[in-house]
Design a protein around this ligand. Sequence first.
Ligand SMILES: Cc1cc2nc3c(=O)[nH]c(=O)nc-3n(C[C@H](O)[C@H](O)[C@H](O)COP(=O)(O)OP(=O)(O)OC[C@H]3O[C@@H](n4cnc5c(N)ncnc54)[C@H](O)[C@@H]3O)c2cc1C
Ligand code: SF4
Length: 502
Amino acid sequence: MTIETHETLTKDLRAAADVVVIGSGAAGAVVARILAKAKLDVIVVEEGPPPDRTRTSRSVQDAMFLLGRDRGLQVAMGRSFIPVLQGRCVGGSTTINAAIVWRLPEDAWARVFKGYGLGDAVPLEGLEREWTWIEEELNVNTVDRPRLGRNGELFLEAFQKAGYAAEAIKRNEKDCIASSNCILGCPGGKKMSTDVALIPRAIADGARVFACTRVDRIEVKDGRAKIVHATVINPESMARVASVTIEARRAVVVAASAIQTPCILLKSGLGNRAHVGQHFRVHPGTAIGGIFKDEVRPWQGVHQAADSLHFRKEGFKFETINLPPEMSSVRATGIGARFIEKMMEYKHLALWAMHVRAKAEGSVSPRRDGSATIRYTPGPADMQIARRALKILAERFFDVGAESVVLAVYGLPDRLNSPDELKVFDDAPLDPRSYPFIATHLFGTARMGPDPASSAVGADFQLHGVPGLYVADSALFPENLGVNPQHTIMGVAALCARRILG
Ligand SMILES: Cc1cc2nc3c(=O)[nH]c(=O)nc-3n(C[C@H](O)[C@H](O)[C@H](O)COP(=O)(O)OP(=O)(O)OC[C@H]3O[C@@H](n4cnc5c(N)ncnc54)[C@H](O)[C@@H]3O)c2cc1C
Ligand code: SF4
């Protein structure tokens, strides 16, 4: 497989293709796969480098430095700072994600797409058809018993005991050895992220990939999106190497994520400013831990093994999560001997997370240095839901014998030692600053809709008023989903590619 990088793209270059796809993550890779298979001449332009797994597997810090956007330090600013984790590499966020695959349930489809007049543009039967081949190519399968790990087993036991629906997760991986290192880009390349599963197939069908190449702007010529202007950058020093100008004979597809897609459009002076970069939605999430007498060994089992959609319609979802010690330690309060004592408990720790289908909206805009200003604050109703969800998790921990539950909520004790103490949640703070949220599911910043007055992109996936400029990622989604988004993004991107094929 050949991918151009800053080491080969050393001189200013002019190129042309039928279709230029910006981004190689969930959305971009699917578009490139379909169009290359249909014998279109495709160039994928990707800002980040191809993952070098010999280096990224050393530590979270190395992985974030080499694979993460802004070195893993991107944040949303609002009433609090919320880390917004994204991949910046070939494979995009799929390279560092947990490989959870959920087909969007029908009621969520009706709310997110049909409810906005998009039932024909994004039909559920169309998504189902696309998911079928995508699941085959990504080898989607259910986590089996041995790979659940003790964390997954405890979660399923706890939810079963309470009568709540819960299940082993469906994931895209092949021969996974359950090392729990998905966030490091999967050192053994077992996760079927798009750099492993889809981009190589697109290349085999003739697609070219320009990695380490950041798109600066898209130029409209003769009434169509026509020229893509980009800069080759050294992904480590971030120094400029060369410029690349690509003519798109048929279409430009922006698939750079719900953060970077609106930034590229705004930098190009394209799109309706009332909607491009606005309506930013996320699933704010956080985790709490249960400390068990017996060892849990959170380094055994897949990174995220079991989940529960039981409360999805109320606006939250639960998942197990195994994190490497350096990430868990960030949550451990105390210093010196107290901190060491807490870290000694690591092997007894089960970590369970929740994320909220928050109603709050934020915004995204480009900065000169290529990064983005993200503004976002969860609203009061979202905070009520977050508090309730955490209480449910804490109850479940005690139900299956946790000796204590460790929290990282400012204003609450850092540890609960008995179920009698669960009442602290009832008047826990509702200030987002008290909770260590993180955002990895991002939506809404170039929303799709039939009416140009209330949307940025038309039902034909083209930016209103700019023929030939397609948007393919979750910037399109008018609302957040309530389930993990990768699979819906891939399905929607596939529908976008079919439109281009006509
Ligand atoms: C840690 C983590 C865990 C997650 N776990 C899951 C999970 O288990 N299941 C799930 O469903 N979802 C998960 N997600 C979310 C999921 O990975 C994303 O929703 C999905 O990958 C988004 O797809 P995308 O194509 O919109 O963006 P991305 O996959 O992020 O791809 C966008 C690509 O565009 C590139 N790009 C951006 N700007 C430019 C530019 N100017 N020029 C050129 N290229 C550019 C980026 O470098 C990136 O490679 C997780 C995300 C993270 C960060
Ligand atoms: S659990 Fe380990 S082997 Fe399995 S996909 Fe994740 S990193 Fe790869």
